[in-house]
Design a protein around this ligand. Sequence first.
Ligand code: ADP
Ligand code: MG
Length: 653
Amino acid sequence: MALIQIAEPGESTTAHQHRLAVGIDLGTTNSLVATVRSGVANTLPCSEGSHLLPSIVHYGEDGVHVGKAALRYSVSDPLNTIISIKRFMGRGLEDVSIEDAHYSYVFAQTTSVVPRIKTRSGNVSAVEVSAEILKTLKKRAVETLGLDNSGDELSGAVITVPAYFDDAQRQATKDAAKLAGIKVLRLLNEPTAAAVAYGLDTGNEGVIAVFDLGGGTFDISILRLNKGVFEVLSTGGDSALGGDDFDYEIAQWIIKQGIIKQGIITDIKDQIHSPANKRLIMQQARAAKETLAGSDSVIIEIDVEEHHWQAELDRATLKTLLTPLVKKTLMACRRALRDAEIDKQDIAEVVMVGGSTRTLVVQEMVADFFGCELLTSIDPDKVVATGAALQADVLVGNKPENEMLLLDVIPLSLGIETMGGLVEKVIHRNTGIPVAKAQDFTTYKDGQTAMAIHVLQGERELVSDNRSLARFELRGFPPQVAGAARIRVSFQVDADGLLIVSAREENSGIEARVDVKPSYGLSDTEVESMLRESIEHAEDDMLLRSLREQQVEATRVLEALDSALATDGDSLLSVSEKTEILATRQILFDLRSDSDKNKIKKAIKSLETVCEDYVARRMNSNIKTAMQGHSINDYAGDLSANSAAKEQAEESK
Ligand code: ADP
Ligand code: MG
């Protein structure tokens, strides 16, 4: 496979001119910024010494607060405090459940395709909220590195995204950076960044797993390292599973304890539904969980209105509460291994990423599952930002000798719609990126001068079962007989995972292209369910596909015959011949949408047999007319391309 080097020619600069670039982990729960100084990558702290910036934005009466400053308002002003915004990046209205119990802010009812959250500063989009987080990180970098306030000395940033992020989600991340005044050198997959942080790119070759359990998401990635190149073999996970769910389990436990021991359930239950109390109990649950990473038990105390409540939570109870959730992560690991066609035993290293991997029961169960030691020496919160900083340093040319190549995969096949509502896949899922592939298509009707190109994503055979990414038209190519035009459709996925589709009519050179920026994206669970459906329906789909193809063929034959009859039916056929052809045509016409593919096939065959002589006569007369004034060589290409017709003509001589 041809590998494309990551460092772009224009972006390299002379080695002595050290340029500053940062790596940014834009997380669902926490975000970080890191940079390389004196050859060492480190995350940068805020003025209070904290490296993690909670990914929270508060729209207050006195302006916008980000991070810890915003966290303070999550209990007192939940409606204006935006958490977990990453979940909505690149999503459409269809993707958000307006009443989602997990969030205490509300979406505005709008007519736009982009969902907007209601705040006191107006309705804000996910891109705008993320841009606030990025602005804060940029400011932190400028301040800690002592750069001038414009931030112009910062050459750019590598921003990490989950490996499964689709076009829309990646594009939204880039848009947020733009809004924050940050030049994006590259988007980098989070698992790849984690592997780079551990220096696995310079280590032994082999297959590694990256287990990333954050606040709200779980991602498992299987990477293969080969000659310093990371190839993502597969990705999987659960976009709705993380530390927040741990907190939720503990919160439920807290509520249950309250019922049993205090007998104040009615009060608590009512009050728990207020957003503020919900946040309060969740916060206590989270604090207890985090304490249990370093001690055997913890006392939880909660004051709801005038009720005081207190109980002890120990590790054994925590393990019981969390085991079902950890099991879910292991199931996803099993699926990812299967997708990658890798045995558990062949995994050389398991990189642990994300704050939730500090929970001991997670470490125990994961080590048990893979049967090997886990890489936990780098702080699991900081590992992604660290890897991103190392990559940024290479991209701005501080290490020109370093040839770090990174390869990722596309999660779902990409293709275009063909006649009969079928999908022709151009790039298959799990193909490494960057990638460019082209396929030739042709026209269906005589005299066709335009072609509608419909770009789709998914594994199923029918357009209606796949996701529509974009539509565009190629117009104005010269009219030709059906099948003569050669339209080359090229798909190009760049290293950031963004797709460009172009089409070119080869005879005329007419071109059209589209940068695919769909208005909303797919979550990994949707990707998973699309894959599951494609497997479940594989057989039906194939049957349906061949039926559709037969139906399309019937329509094509009928249209071709009708147009031929209109042109020269009367001059080339006797009345009885024409009557016979029309009778046979009628049989096919009646059967053209039949659900029995064999019946259609037989009717096409009969019609073809009845028309054989007529076809031969047409061929001869056409060639005669067309060749007047031309040499045979002018036709060499067309005639050989039309060899089937030629054979037929020869037979009938
Ligand atoms: P994300 O990638 O989603 O931004 P992080 O990797 O920052 O998330 O992980 C945040 C999660 O890690 C939170 O759910 C937090 O409670 C959890 N976490 C942080 N420290 C600990 C700890 N000591 N023990 C258990 N969980 C922890
Ligand atoms: Mg993370």
